[in-house]
Ligand binder design. Structure first.
Ligand code: ZN
Length: 78
């Protein structure tokens, strides 16, 4: 398992996700952003919109996705 934070994924806070794969971390971030914005947290709105855009334009988002995968791969196992 490895740990990545909301901030490492382009968000504004230090919420941490402990997951086995980069895909799981991205899904956890997506859930976190949705929940934060729904709760009225405006600081997460920009990251939420960016994430929404990535789902709609997956090809354009490959650079971001590859970057997260690379960062995740470079992290130490915990
Ligand atoms: Zn956050």
């Amino acid at each position: 398992m490895k740990t990545m934070t909301c901030r490492q994924l382009g968000g504004p806070c230090d919420e941490a996700y402990v997951e086995a794969t980069a895909d799981d971390v991205i899904k956890a971030q997506d859930r976190h952003l949705k929940a934060a914005v729904k709760a009225g947290d405006a600081t997460h709105a920009e990251a939420r919109d960016a994430m929404k855009g990535r789902w709609m334009h997956p090809k354009k988002s490959m650079d971001w996705y590859s970057g997260v995968k690379r960062d995740f791969a470079a992290l130490p196992e915990s």
